[in-house]
Design a protein around this ligand. Structure first.
Ligand SMILES: NC(=O)CCC(=O)C(=O)O
Length: 317
């Protein structure tokens, strides 16, 4: 019996020796896979001035996109909510256009292709070609100028704070119902729009779909901005242990809706790593996917949930 075992062991050793190159390659690959940290990319958030002239808004975005790529080395550029139109229900019908045939879509596709970048096209008022309904929609463009995804704001901004702010997007817009994720540079990115950031359920669904980063073009205001903008961005980063980017228009005190500004990138530790003030600006940050893996391994909340005590559709994994 012992003799048989010894022979088998010798045979196995001989096999390994015969294939030592292959064996070494396999071990090296396994080692590399275990130890290899994921890379990342540079992202630029454009906190743009937005006025009444749609053509000027688009031209300004194109100029700033070019500069974020050529001067700052961004691989992904993200624009704010409603970057081609003033933010307000009275403006949406006049500025709305079809996607991808409208002038804004065509400009974004062309610049993404010209610069060979990924472009998160903020949002524009969209008029749906089939039912003529209006949506607040984000488009994502590939380095080839192809439309990778569209996301229609799911949670419409309807609030009423007497003496503060009253807004009813649902007077003119229809809410979307589909999540949108894109795979970019080894990362999976989930898209939400502004008020959506208040709903942790959406962020958790994205996390459960494997997202490493959440991007929210948004335009908070002077009432809720100082109270909740950073809190929510850091909250969603902490809940999902993901990068979060929020991109606002620049503040214009003379506008009907005064945006808070403060576009920012938050890392999976929930730390703000780059932030604008309220003026027109470009925020640049290096997104490091190894940090996502590090936080999730070190604080493993997604495997520690007590779903025997509570249930939600969004958190179970
Ligand atoms: N554009 C928006 O959805 C605004 C959301 C907002 O300001 C908030 O407080 O929420």
């Amino acid at each position: 019996m012992e003799q048989i075992k010894t022979n088998k062991f010798k045979k196995a050793c001989n096999l390994l020796a015969d294939n030592s190159c292959l064996f070494r390659a396999i071990i090296a690959t396994i080692f590399q896979t275990i130890t290899m940290a994921r890379a990342g990319f540079r992202i630029a958030l454009l906190q743009l001035k937005v006025g009444a002239n749609k053509q000027q808004n688009i031209e300004n975005a194109l100029t700033k996109i070019r500069s974020a790529v050529t001067d700052k080395g961004a691989r992904i550029v993200a624009l704010p909510e409603c970057f081609n139109s003033p933010y307000g229900t009275q403006h949406f019908p006049a500025y709305a256009e079809e996607i991808p045939t409208g002038e804004t879509s065509r400009s974004l596709a062309a610049i993404a292709k010209e610069l060979g970048i990924y472009l998160i096209g903020g949002t524009i008022p969209e008029r749906c070609a089939t039912d003529s309904k209006l949506y607040n929609t984000c488009t994502v463009w590939s380095p080839e100028g192809a439309l990778m995804a569209t996301y229609r704001k799911i949670h419409l901004f309807d609030i009423n704070i007497p003496g503060g702010i009253t807004f009813r997007e649902s007077d003119v817009l229809t809410g979307g119902s589909d999540l949108a994720t894109v795979a970019i540079e080894g990362a999976k990115i989930g898209i939400g729009i502004c008020y959506d950031i208040r709903f942790d359920e959406l962020a958790r669904l994205y996390r459960n779909q494997g997202c490493d980063m959440l991007i929210y073009p948004g335009a908070f205001n002077m009432k809720t901005g100082p109270l909740h903008w950073e809190l929510l961005a850091r909250g969603r980063a902490n809940d999902t242990q993901s990068y979060v980017a929020t991109i606002s228009p620049a503040r214009d005190a003379s506008a009907g809706y005064v945006a808070w500004g403060h576009s920012m990138v938050v890392d999976p530790w929930a730390k703000v790593v780059a932030e604008a003030n309220e003026t027109e600006d470009t925020v640049v940050a290096d997104v490091n996917l190894a940090t996502v893996d590090e936080v999730r391994a070190q604080i493993p909340i997604f495997s520690q949930r007590r779903t025997d005590l509570y249930t939600t559709n969004a958190v179970e994994k």
